[in-house]
Design a protein around this ligand. Sequence first.
Ligand code: MG
Length: 512
Amino acid sequence: MFPKTKEILRKARTIWALDHASSLMDWDLEVNMPVEGVQERGIAASEIAVLRQKLLLDEELSSLIGNAEKEELNDYERGLIRVLKREIKIAKALPPELVQELARVTQEAKVIWREAKEKDDYNRFKPYLERIVELERKAADFLGYEKHPYDALLDLHEEGLNTDDVQGIFSSLEPGIKKVLSNIKGEFYGEHWLEKQKYEVDAMRSLNLELLRILGYPLGSRSRFDVSAHPFTIHMGIRDVRITTRYEGFDFKRSLFSTVHEFGHALYELQVDDALMATPLSKGVSLGVHESQSRFWENMIGRSMQFVEGFQNILREKLNFLKNVPAEEIYRYFNMVKPSLIRTEADEVTYNLHIILRFKIEFKMIDGSIKMDEVPEEWDNLMEELVGVRPKSYRDGVLQDIHWSMGDIGYFPTYTLGNVISAQIRRHMMKDIPNLHDKVKRMEFDEIKSYLKDKIHRWGSVYAVHPNRTFIYQYVELCRARLGSSRHGSEPPTGAVLPSGTPSPPTVLYSR
Ligand code: MG
């Protein structure tokens, strides 16, 4: 290892400590904080954001990185330099006043959004959305872009991804999905009676906990499982990754699949190589790859017939109303397709249409070609055009997602990227793990988890995904090939170098 790497890691450790604190504050805000604490939390969060930016802009850190770049580095070191340089570039581009203002506005907007959604009052949220779009547009200008300001925002969420890439993926997906949708008829189309079935929250919680136990989620020792308005996963470190779910009281698959989904996100972070602990490489490489992990467990595993067969007895034991429901019927309930209003509850077929809608609106908002007054109607029109249904309330339309209130514009496309990548992973896994389906049926997940760890998770953010427009299957091969070809061998930074904690990128909340 290049000796200066130790110094770089040491400097980044202070930044990591701030991120650790910010994560805890964000988790608390979503799970525990009293409503009126929001103002002071906003002030604290924005002060931390500015402090973090100062640390990133430290001249000594930049010069250490500059010197390191001239050396022969191993893959881990190159990853370290790549991740930090990218962060410094972003921090340099954005003026502290803008960072502070964004942090302050979004902390407040998150709470206002929740209220506005509850009261079905778009006008309550509108000035915040307007301000956030304005600030994001400014941020895009400061960050720079080749073709469209939206490119800059996409890149913030998915390193190297641009508008043309997204349009390319969506323009082939949209007609394909519409064709599939028009072919789904009969018993898998429409409503299922279980969607109306009420459940006891205690019973559902117990079912979720049993599921997490079977999946091997290290509850208590390295993780927590709480309730929040919007299910999410948050990372304090490799040994502390927390998830949430929600309980609507009916249609139990919503709560169940939220839990499986967040488990997928958490597993990624929990399986990062221990040696990368508390370094900037200790997190998942991108939102798209992250979402591929949640979608893999939710859709590829959770919605399979084999999973239902393996899990059916527990389902019936925990939820009385399933007592006489055969596995085939539960499988049908899990896989019903029906155009609907809410993205997070959408089936696999229509889900990406919800994302295409958001992409189209975000593009126009950042472009300035739509006014905030017009957003709800644009939403409703697009929903009708793409999905074939029209919302009757803001709550079921434009106010349904938390993302814009958090300033996350350019985030949604990573969900579809995740869906596409998860399907690629399944295709490869089926070739590499014999009798994959039988193992799911026996609820044996160790081999699947090891596979994901070996191919994706353990690497953290060592290798970038998009610089050559590669997709995940190539990414996986890349990681494997590079392991053998590293010039200085591939020993990762170890605990010896990193006393008790070191650095990492900004607070991450993998919302659903
Ligand atoms: Mg997710």
